[in-house]
Design a protein around this ligand. Sequence first.
Ligand SMILES: Nc1nc2c(ncn2[C@@H]2O[C@H](COP(=O)(O)OP(=O)(O)OP(=O)(O)O)[C@@H](O)[C@H]2O)c(=O)[nH]1
Length: 571
Amino acid sequence: MAKCNKKSKSKRVPLRKKHKIIRKLKEHQKKKAKEAKKLEINTKPKLDKDPANELPLNEEELKALSDRRQRTREELAANKKDRAQKRKLGVLDDEDIEGGDENPSGVTRKVDNSEKAFYKELVKVIEASDVILEVLDARDPLGTRSVDMEKMVLSAGPDKHLVLLLNKIDLVPRESAEKWLKYLREELPAVAFKCSTQEQNSNLGWKSAPKAGKTKNLLQTSDCLGAETLIKLLKNYSRSHDIKKSITVGIIGLPNVGKSSIINSLKRSHVVNVGATPGLTRSMQEVHLDKNVKLLDCPGVVMLKSAANDATVALRNCKRIEKLDDPVGPVKEILKLCPEQVLVTLYKVPSFDSVDDFLQKVAIARGKFKKGGVVDIDVTARIVLHDWNEGKIPYYTMPPKRNADEPSEARIVSELGKEFNIDEVYGSESTIIGSLKSVNEFIPVEVAATCPLNFDMVMPEDNQGNDGGDQRMESGEDATNVSVEEKTKSATTRQNEKLYAEEGMLNTKMRKADKKRRKKENQTSTMEHDVYEFKVGYVKESSAMETGDEDESHLKKNRFELPCGLDLGDE
Ligand SMILES: Nc1nc2c(ncn2[C@@H]2O[C@H](COP(=O)(O)OP(=O)(O)OP(=O)(O)O)[C@@H](O)[C@H]2O)c(=O)[nH]1
């Protein structure tokens, strides 16, 4: 019988010992390899290089391989080009375009694309800004102006200042730019601007205002024009207010007017996304110009539910071209606005008699065919629309005549102007305007100015009316007191008061006051319920009154329907 060793030893060793052994072994092997290398033992004899060893495939196979590679490369390049062109035309869907928004730090995030979400971003930008720049397209400043947005700004508080920025001045003749600046400056401070269209990531060019007489070729570069003037204006503002901290400048406007391009041009680098697709900016983005000036980029807000498929909206570039149900309709409008000869020359097509005929001819000239050789009218119409929005079909408008009974804002503007030292700023801008081409130099098409767009949607919050807030306005001061005060009030305050009176205007101050009041009322009513037994009758009566008030304020919907109020001359 085998003897059972009760005290058999385990072979397990502590890890410390195990690692020590492994290390020793490695050191030993290393030492051995070193010695072998020294003595040149174990080194394999070097083979002479034989081309046959290097090329295991025969010549034919090699040729086929390189052909295949070349084909794949070409296919990839064609695909890339196609996608780039589609993106430029706005024919790619949201999912195809990189999801979400890219912030200055390059981090992409998924954001809500609805108009309501854009509207909320607009409210955020207005609330956070001291100066708000409303960007207008110089080709149709009135058509790209949003009266509702302006009212939101002016009613958001007396310390908000609205400045109009006439962008894309390189696309309009001098005569038009001059007249529009004069027209807009009768209402608000306005500055002319041209963004940098350079594509590099940094060092975007600026052109300083040259000395008089040296204005030639100023617009032939892709450099930005008017940046110095704009920065001067902002600095003047912070100086006039003796602002030690930084000022925040919100940049608002309809889609595609060039808000993001302005930020990139001022910053002199591509810090925010830019493109010919409306709705590219989807959330508020913050960019520090320097330690004193912070810029806020805002998504373009339209809120045009009822006119979503209106051809004129497409011509203002407010809607993504790929989202249009009928791209031929807006092209029909373009044909009505542009003389035939302009389009014939531009598209190098023979004369045409209808929109379909025109699109067919353009499709053939551009080689836009579907499978089976059928001309692709849809894609061609989108190309023409894109050309219109990008300025390849040159057009401009002239300001309308003002109504004789329209109230003059000249005094208010001059007072506002003092805060920005407007005269100095306008003076430095004249050479830039002088450098623009005259109407006779590039023969653009003159079209009638369109009416500003109004928001067409019930506001997200229905309790933001003007019935609950401005204590000063509510306090019931007598008429004489008011009139004495009127004289001492600043221009902005007067302008704001005028706007507070508008039905359904957003007034953040009023909204906050209203919220506070309701919170207080709720608290009191809860307290009163606690002591219900003691004053039943009184509580019943007062809460009934309060509920009545509340109901009324809840029923009040703020509908942004404002009269155009403009005499559009011939229109
Ligand atoms: N010719 C010319 N084109 C401009 C100018 N400014 C902007 N653009 C072009 O206008 C298009 C729209 O510019 P964006 O800066 O993306 O416009 P946006 O207002 O930020 O647009 P959203 O993000 O949709 O709100 C781009 O293709 C720009 O290259 C300008 O001064 N001159």
